[in-house]
Design a protein around this ligand. Structure first.
Ligand code: S3P
Length: 177
């Protein structure tokens, strides 16, 4: 765990498994606390002019991971923002290092069953539509989420509004919002 005061430019990153609510919570937190929010998946799709499934299909996962790193670099000179990351951003060391360098990292925890029930369409998630076992994927990634997390926040059985309120208060207590 690292000291938030060492971070510059002090972004707040939300990481966690697909379906953990990162995009919704980032948007709601930003609205509530008057911050800008970014969604890395949406940003990459815009920058590359194609959807995430198309990037995976045409260029492969490795290319997508490189785009995630490039997007983090693009955020370096942005004012302190709340940023939702793709679930697999922690799979490359370069992105893990960059997350730690640029901000405070919140790991939104959820178990694989609840995550799956929250994900409306697995077609938009190439790593689920190819038949990967979500539980196994989550277990494999868990040490990587924990490696970069400054804070773990359990979202199980909580509504998005509840998570926004409780997490917002916790981040405020730490002087981050
Ligand atoms: C991925 C998660 C997705 C997206 C891409 C890969 C992953 O983002 O970045 O499909 O490897 O877990 P969400 O976590 O927002 O679904």
């Amino acid at each position: 765990m690292s000291d938030a005061s060492q971070h510059s430019p002090n972004h707040i990153f939300l990481i966690g498994f697909m379906g953990s609510g990162k995009s919704t919570i980032a948007r709601k937190l930003a609205r509530r606390y008057g911050r800008v929010s970014f969604d890395i998946d949406i940003g990459i799709a815009r920058m590359k002019g194609k959807s995430i499934p198309k990037i995976f299909a045409q260029e492969g996962e490795q290319a997508f991971r490189q785009y995630e790193l490039e997007y983090l670099e693009y955020l370096e000179d942005k004012p302190s923002s709340i940023i939702s990351c793709g679930g697999g951003i922690i799979t490359t060391k370069e992105c893990r290092d960059k997350l730690r360098e640029l901000g405070f990292v919140v790991f939104l925890e959820v178990d694989a069953n609840e995550a799956l029930s929250r994900i409306s369409s697995t077609k938009s998630r190439p790593l689920l539509s190819n038949g990967s076992d979500p539980q196994a994927l989550l277990e494999k990634r868990m040490p990587l989420y924990l490696e970069v997390a400054d804070l773990r926040f359990d979202t199980s059985n909580k509504s998005a509004n509840q998570v926004t309120k409780e997490l917002g208060e916790e981040l405020q207590k730490r002087g981050l919002l």
